[in-house]
Design a protein around this ligand. Structure first.
Ligand SMILES: Cc1cc2nc3c(=O)[nH]c(=O)nc-3n(C[C@H](O)[C@H](O)[C@H](O)COP(=O)(O)OP(=O)(O)OC[C@H]3O[C@@H](n4cnc5c(N)ncnc54)[C@H](O)[C@@H]3O)c2cc1C
Length: 411
């Protein structure tokens, strides 16, 4: 897998994958053929750049629709909308994220107290359970910073229903090692496998299914003996009510009339997708991958987040002819702005998750003073309000959303 963090590298991979994004993707995407040095042939592996905002959903959808009919690319387009859906859903239920963190911390504390649990957790995360497929994926995740979607589903299912480990420890393990580790897609996908997202509907990993869809791996089909035979959905007492969205409108040149700083962060590391209507006087980079977890964040995930922001800062400084400055964790932000003689800061939307947890405490004060201009792309503004409950609400509106956002280029 290509782990270069630049936008140029992301666009190269997009161009390389594009011919496969139509019917071929629909027919072959479920196969986990293993990591490939030149990139997997059947899935895009674009997720790390999408997560870091180096490439946006809009970039990807426009490129795909430039080469395939909407019908041929239907499946791929739907998957891209799953990402937007999960973000919109979590934005309307931030308590799901807060409760995940509280549950994760309780589960981590329980590990400390219970030697048996600790042993089972170590065997799972070190790939020593004896379930071949699971052990291969545990190591692959840490060695490559990526897992195929089907492998993530099987892995999460085995973690929860066969190994009987707390789902929040598994979600934390993923977040610490996935380069694309995303608060919304990760938390909600683990909840989906567990039967908490779609209440009562869990996902059972089966050995025959794993063998079938891993047959194309260089080492041959992966064995998975001794898996649980059923997946009794987990349950929870709490009902997560929906909170009203309060989304910012489009940013206009008049909003950025005074000299301002542009903030680049873990989920918006490049300026091009932001399409700023004015040039910043300063670029500020703030990568906070350590905020993903109280545990150690894997080197690949850490490097990707920091590299994406560092490259984004360099590109923006060159494009706007202005200085770029790192905002270090724990450093106060206001003096940094004052030094550069700017009062306002343009902040790409901080979605619910660790990026917001890490940065908002400092920004809140500036926001209260009216000094923060929030940027949210039109695609998210159009889609998030539809992410009220299940994915269906988004799926049925995809054509309308694409038209509304003028994402065409259809053949
Ligand atoms: C337990 C579990 C945990 C997951 N954790 C994450 C995570 O932390 N971050 C993350 O980005 N995705 C996560 N996913 C979703 C999905 O597995 C990845 O987005 C996908 O595998 C990324 O690989 P790709 O870019 O090759 O995908 P492709 O198949 O090429 O899809 C293109 C893009 O569509 C989006 N996408 C595809 N499938 C999904 C999906 N099921 N849900 C949401 N978006 C999707 C991604 O942005 C992806 O880059 C998780 C899924 C599961 C089951």
């Amino acid at each position: 897998m290509n782990v270069k963090t630049t936008r140029a590298a992301a666009l190269d991979r997009l161009a390389q994958f594009l011919p496969a994004a139509g019917r071929r993707y629909a027919e072959t995407r479920n196969a986990d053929d293993g990591p490939a040095p030149a990139g997997r042939a059947n899935v895009s592996e674009l997720s790390p750049w999408l997560h870091a905002g180096v490439l946006t959903e809009r970039d990807v959808l426009e490129a795909v629709l430039g080469q395939h009919s909407p019908r041929a690319a239907e499946k791929f387009i739907a998957e891209v909308f799953w990402r937007i859906y999960f973000k919109g859903y979590l934005e309307q239920r931030p308590a799901v994220w807060d409760d995940y963190k509280a549950g994760r911390d309780d589960a981590l504390a329980a590990l400390e107290r219970n030697a048996g649990l600790q042993k089972a957790y170590a065997e799972a995360t070190e790939g020593r359970t004896g379930i071949e497929a699971f052990d291969v994926w545990a190591r692959e995740l840490q060695d490559t910073g990526y897992l195929h979607n089907h492998a993530r589903m099987w892995f999460a299912s085995i973690w929860i229903f066969t190994l009987k480990l707390d789902w929040r420890l598994g979600a934390d393990f993923f977040l610490r090692h996935l380069m694309d580790g995303d608060a919304a897609s990760n938390t909600l996908s683990w909840r989906w496998v567990a039967g908490l997202h779609t209440k009562g509907k869990s996902y059972l990993a089966r050995a025959d299914n794993i063998a079938r869809y891993t047959a194309g791996r260089p080492e041959g089909a992966l064995a998975a003996r001794g898996l649980a035979e059923d997946a009794e959905p987990l349950s929870e007492a709490k009902e997560y009510g929906r909170q009203k969205l309060d989304l910012p409108g489009a940013v206009l040149a008049k909003d950025l009339a005074e000299p301002f700083a542009l903030l680049l962060h873990d989920e918006a590391a490049h300026h091009v997708p932001l399409a700023l209507p004015a040039s910043p006087a300063l670029v500020i980079g703030a990568a906070r991958p350590a905020a993903r977890s109280p545990g150690m964040v894997g080197a690949l995930a850490d490097d990707f987040a920091k590299g994406a922001v560092a490259n984004g800062m360099a590109d923006a400084a060159a494009a706007f002819g202005c200085p770029a400055r790192e905002w270090r964790d724990g450093e106060p932000l206001a003096p940094l702005l004052a030094d550069a003689g700017v009062t306002r800061i343009a902040v790409p939307y901080l979605p619910t998750g660790w990026t917001r947890d890490g940065l908002w405490p400092d920004l809140a004060e500036l926001a209260a003073q009216g000094r923060v201009v929030t940027i949210l792309p039109e695609l998210e503004r159009a889609t998030w309000p539809l992410a009220k409950a299940g994915f269906f609400g988004v799926a049925k509106a995809i054509d309308d959303v694409l038209a509304q956002c003028a994402i065409t280029g259809l053949k």
